[in-house]
Design a protein. Structure first.
Length: 331
């Protein structure tokens, strides 16, 4: 075939692929997909009217954001009835622009509203997203994402769950797309979070589905390449299974315990470092005992896991004037 013919075929294939992704949601090799794509959450912001109403001012000179995952281990009505514990959680959350929370044990989102109100008690403006099934179904455990509206905007049309028709994921991953505030919209960092909460009783089986979860979200037709899968993964960076074999996949932290007792490493942020060049190379695990001056017992009362975080530029492509470090790949 001539070179011209090859080019024509490639153009046809590219146009066909574009048409497909515009019209259909992609399913992964494990029959996972992202649904629903057009969920609208109309809940009110805690103490501040509509969720997407008047936005607070952007902090001056802010060029990075910090994204964290935090297993609250668990967040239930008993914990929320203890003011000192809720105050500690609020102090921790205020250190980050976005916090993906796992292990919320309640029948509705009232607990998340209560926590957001406590976080905002000092004049901040955090809001949240939860899955579309909360309030609709009888839920006993779910995830949520809290975010600071001064630095982050959410695209509520993207909020949904990873659909697993075969029911292999006990806690469906929560998906939502965000954009940083401050830069012009065309220059702002856009990204999608996939909030994962692996069931410890079937950790190995669920862990082997995370590669398909990642690929299903990346291939949902929105052409977003900055996918950050974060949460309680049920394994350390050396035992992540098939997702670690995806090209470019890296972790935010390596070889660090992420539980309050310091006995396990099971929480992390995963992303493709080739696409997510906004990562500044800064990340860590927040030690509750040291940061809040707590005893071990007080720290365990607060949460059984520690917050794990990573820092990203507010600019698409990482144009902050700072050098970024190329991460080690996951294993």
């Amino acid at each position: 075939m001539s070179r011209t013919g090859v080019l024509v075929l490639l153009m046809v294939a590219a146009l066909g692929g574009w048409y497909f992704f515009q019209r259909y949601q992609i399913e992964g090799v494990e029959k996972l997909s992202v649904k629903p794509r057009e969920v609208q959450l109309a809940s009110s912001a805690p103490g501040s009217g509509k969720a997407d109403g008047l936005l607070p001012p952007v902090p001056a000179g802010k060029i990075t954001i910090r994204i964290a995952t935090f297993n609250l281990g668990p967040l239930d009505q008993h914990k929320m009835s203890r003011p000192q514990v809720v105050n500690r959680l609020a102090q921790v959350i205020r250190r980050f622009d976005i916090v993906a929370m796992q292990n919320i044990q309640a029948r509705n989102q009232g607990i998340v509203v209560q926590l957001a109100e406590q976080v905002n008690a000092d004049g901040r403006c955090y809001h949240y997203v939860v899955g579309p099934n909360v309030e609709r179904d009888t839920i006993h455990r779910y995830s949520a994402i809290l975010f600071d509206r001064a630095s982050i905007q959410v695209d509520r049309s993207t909020v949904g769950l990873v659909d697993d028709p075969l029911g292999r994921l006990r806690n469906s991953p929560l998906v939502a797309a965000f954009r940083t505030r401050g830069p012009e919209p065309s220059q702002a960092f856009t990204f999608t979070l996939v909030n994962v909460d692996i069931d410890p009783e079937q950790a190995r089986a669920e862990l082997d589905l995370l590669d398909s979860v990642f690929l299903a979200v990346r291939g949902d037709g929105r052409n977003e390449d900055d996918i950050i899968l974060l949460g309680t993964l049920g394994a350390d960076d050396r035992h992540l299974g098939r997702i670690a074999q995806l090209p470019g996949i890296t972790c935010a932290v390596f070889g660090m315990p992420t539980t309050t007792r310091g006995t396990e490493s099971s929480d992390n942020l995963l992303f493709d470092f080739r696409a997510t060049k906004e990562f500044t190379g800064r990340s860590g695990v927040l030690d509750l005992m040291r940061e809040l001056n707590l005893t071990m017992q007080e720290a365990l009362e607060t949460a059984s896991h520690l917050p794990v975080w990573a820092e990203f530029s507010v600019y698409e492509g990482g144009r902050t004037g700072h050098l970024t470090a190329r991460p080690h790949t996951a294993r």
